[in-house]
Design a protein around this ligand. Structure first.
Ligand SMILES: Cc1cn([C@H]2C[C@H](O)[C@@H](COP(=O)(O)OP(=O)(O)O[C@H]3O[C@@H](C)C(=O)[C@@H](O)[C@H]3O)O2)c(=O)[nH]c1=O
Length: 180
């Protein structure tokens, strides 16, 4: 398992060791021991999965304290462009975003700590997006950021994205009163 760190502190890409053979492939999709050694700590309590067709954008989402979530995200089928925005008020990279392509054929994953708005776009039909969370879903604590806020300048990689009604009315960064 290899770990890649970024200019935005706290975010880690995980590149598992993949064992290919005549039957197919094997990899460890989670190892508390190896991830803890790399600084990825959390009490993982919920696993989620969504299926999206090409051009679907989900996000940008977070849960507010005291129900903040770290997320460990990956794609089991297809490809997604994963996007995170730093909304930690005291962070030198506040308002900056990072994009990482998650590819089911590369088996890569991304660790997203609390303090980030998270979203992705599916780059293929039937993209299966899997993630672990360190807190249970708390609908009353849902927060978000407008996916196409021009201030963020995110290039989502698809034309005419499909976005839920709920996500179309999220606040812009300027309107956001970040709880982090
Ligand atoms: C996130 C979530 C949703 N739901 C329900 C609520 C709703 O009826 C339905 C669909 O919810 P949403 O539209 O919020 O699903 P979605 O837009 O896929 O939400 C997810 O987006 C990505 C980008 C994230 O980062 C996740 O944390 C989560 O916010 O599923 C749960 O029951 N448990 C959950 O943990």
């Amino acid at each position: 398992m290899e770990f890649r760190y970024f200019a935005i502190q706290g975010v880690v890409e995980i590149l598992p060791r993949v064992f290919g053979d005549a039957r197919g492939a094997f990899f460890e999709s989670f190892s508390a021991q190896k991830m803890t050694e790399a600084g990825i700590v959390g009490e993982w309590v919920q696993d989620n999965q969504s299926r999206s067709d090409r051009g679907v954008v989900r996000g940008l989402h977070f849960q507010k304290p005291p129900y903040t979530q770290a997320k460990l995200v990956r794609v089991a089928q297809g490809r997604a462009l994963d996007v995170i925005v730093d909304i930690r008020r005291d962070s030198p990279t506040y308002g900056q975003h990072l994009m990482v392509e998650l590819d089911s054929e590369r088996y890569n994953m991304l660790y997203v700590p609390p303090g980030f708005a998270h979203g992705f776009t599916a780059l293929e039909d039937n993209t299966l997006f899997l993630y672990k969370c360190t807190n249970y879903y708390a609908p009353q604590s849902e927060g978000g950021l407008l996916w196409n806020d021009p201030t963020l300048g995110i290039q989502w990689g698809v034309e005419n994205p499909t976005v839920s009604a709920k996500d179309q009315i999220l606040p812009t960064l300027a309107e956001l009163d970040s709880p982090f």
